[in-house]
Write a protein that binds this ligand. Structure first.
Ligand SMILES: [Zn+2]
Length: 430
C-alpha cells in the first residue's frame, strides 16, 4: 500500500538548494503525513472534485503566509518562475468556491496579484505575481482540527535574485505533471495543402481568447473577457454549422487555459482554412468603444496596435508558463514565404469582415490594423484577431454581455466568412 502510494506523494520543489536541516526533516515528515492524507482521501473513495472554499494572504514582518481552505487533502506542486517573479501552485482539478474577488496586493506587499483556474485537463493552477525574489520556506497540508477544513499553507520569505533563480531552476527540473495520463500529442503537421473534407465543408477554427487561469480583461461590471469570448465563439459556431457549409472547431470548449501556440496547432491539426481569434479589450479611456480587426504583420500599423499585441502576447506569461526554455519563433524561410501569402489572405479577410460588421456594430476608427500577435502566427492559415469591443466601456460591455447583440455580431462575422470563401472559390476557378 505504502509503496503503491509513494508514487503519488507531493513534490515540493522550491528551495531544495538552500534548505536547512530542520526544514529538510520537516519536509520528510511532511511527505509521510501527506502520503497518509492521500491514502485517506483515496480509501474514503471521495469521488467529488476537491474544492477550494477560501484563500488568504497574510503579510508578517518576516514572511508572507498563503493559506487555501480545501474540502479534502490534495497533491500539490510548487514552481517558481522569473520575469516577473511568480509563485505557481498546481493542484488537481479544483472546484473553485471562492466568493471574493481576487485580492490585489498593496504596494510593498509580496503578493501583488493572483489568479486561478483550469490550466489543463485535470490540473488547476494558481499564479501569484510577486513583488520581489522569494524563497518557499514551508509548504504543508493541515488536516481538519483547528478548522473544519483541510488547509494548504505556504510560507514565503524574501531572498536574493541568485537564490531565487537557483530555486526556480530546481523547481522546473523536478516538475512533473499532475494531470491524469493523456495520450501523446500528435506530431506537428508539415506545411502542405490540407485536403478538403469528403463532405465538402470548409473548416473554420474559432479561438475564444484567454481562459482558465488567464481571465483576460475585466469588464466594468466585473465580467471576464474569457467568458465573453467563449460565449461569442459558441454562438458563432452554431450559426456557421447551421448553414451546412462549415465544420467549426473551437480551440477551447470550456473555461480552460490554452497556450498561444497550442491554439493554432489545434487549428492546423484539424485542417482549418481560416482562424478567427476572439477578444475584447480594456483600456484606461473609458469613453472609447467599437470593434476592430487585426491581421498579422512584422511591423505594427501604429503604437496602439503594437501595445495591444504586446498585451495579448502576454497570455502565456499570465498563465504561469516558463518561457525561458521556449525556442524562438520559427523563422525558417519557407515558413516566411508561406506566411507572406497568408498575410495577404488574412488582410483581405479582415477587410471583408469589417464590411459585414459595419452595419451591425460600432467600429473603432481605423478599424483594420496590423500587429505582431503571437496567436496569429499560423504560417499557412489565414488568421485574424477580432477585438469585439471595449470591456472598459459601459455600453460596449453591456452589449457584449447580451446574447442578442452577440448574435448580431456572429451573423456579421459569418457573412465575412462566406464572402472570403466565395472569393477563394472564384480565384481557384479562374
Ligand atoms: Zn484578449
Amino acid at each position: 500500500m505504502f509503496a503503491k502510494l509513494a508514487g503519488t506523494h507531493c513534490t515540493l520543489i522550491s528551495t531544495a538548494a538552500g534548505l536547512s536541516r530542520a526544514a529538510r526533516s520537516f519536509i520528510s515528515n511532511f511527505l509521510i503525513l501527506l502520503v497518509f492524507l492521500v491514502a485517506a482521501a483515496v480509501t474514503s473513495a471521495a469521488v467529488a472534485a476537491p474544492s477550494v472554499t477560501g484563500m488568504r494572504v497574510g503579510q508578517h514582518p518576516d514572511k508572507t503566509r498563503i493559506v487555501f481552505d480545501l474540502t479534502q487533502a490534495v497533491e500539490f506542486q510548487i514552481i517558481l518562475l522569473p520575469d516577473p517573479y511568480r509563485l505557481v501552485i498546481d493542484l488537481p482539478e479544483i472546484d473553485w468556491k471562492l466568493s471574493e474577488e481576487m485580492p490585489a496586493g498593496k504596494s510593498g506587499q509580496q503578493v501583488q496579484s493572483l489568479r486561478y483556474g483550469l490550466f489543463q485537463p485535470g490540473v488547476s493552477r494558481v499564479v501569484m505575481d510577486m513583488a520581489r525574489p522569494f524563497a518557499v520556506q514551508e509548504a504543508f497540508l493541515l488536516p481538519p482540527g483547528e478548522t473544519p477544513h483541510h488547509r494548504l499553507v505556504i510560507d514565503v520569505a524574501p531572498s536574493s535574485p541568485d537564490q531565487f533563480m537557483a530555486a526556480s531552476r530546481a523547481s522546473m527540473a523536478a516538475r512533473r505533471s499532475l494531470a491524469p495520463a493523456t495520450p501523446q500529442a500528435p506530431p506537428p503537421i508539415p506545411f502542405a495543402e490540407t485536403p478538403r473534407r469528403a463532405d465538402g465543408k470548409r473548416v473554420v477554427a474559432i479561438d475564444p481568447g484567454h481562459g482558465g487561469v488567464d481571465p483576460g480583461a475585466i469588464g466594468v461590471s466585473g465580467i471576464y473577457e474569457k467568458e465573453i469570448t467563449l460565449a461569442m465563439a459558441k454562438q458563432l459556431k452554431q450559426i456557421l454549422e447551421r448553414s451546412g457549409k462549415y465544420h467549426v472547431l473551437l480551440t477551447r470548449e470550456r473555461d480552460i487555459f490554452v497556450r498561444l501556440r497550442e491554439r493554432f496547432a489545434i487549428a492546423r491539426r484539424e485542417g482549418a482554412e481560416l482562424f478567427i481569434s476572439l477578444h475584447a479589450d480594456s483600456i484606461k479611456n473609458k469613453g472609447l468603444r467599437g470593434l476592430s480587426v487585426y491581421s498579422l504583420s512584422e511591423t505594427a500599423s501604429d503604437a496602439e496596435a503594437e501595445a495591444l499585441a504586446q498585451k495579448e502576447n502576454k497570455a502565456d506569461l499570465i498563465g504561469g508558463i516558463d518561457l525561458s526554455t521556449e525556442s524562438p519563433e520559427v523563422t525558417n524561410i519557407l515558413i516566411n514565404l508561406a506566411q507572406r501569402e497568408t498575410m495577404n489572405d488574412s488582410a483581405r479577410f479582415a477587410a471583408m469582415l469589417l464590411k459585414e460588421l459595419d452595419p451591425v456594430a460600432p467600429l473603432l476608427r481605423r478599424s483594420h490594423r496590423f500587429a505582431g500577435f503571437a496567436v496569429l502566427k499560423a504560417p499557412d492559415v489565414p488568421s485574424v484577431l477580432v477585438e469585439l469591443g471595449f470591456l472598459s466601456n459601459a455600453v460596449d460591455e453591456r452589449n457584449l454581455r447580451d446574447a442578442r447583440y452577440r448574435e448580431k455580431l456572429a451573423r456579421g462575422i459569418a457573412g465575412g466568412i462566406d464572402a472570403f470563401f466565395a472569393f477563394k472559390d472564384s480565384v481557384s476557378r479562374s
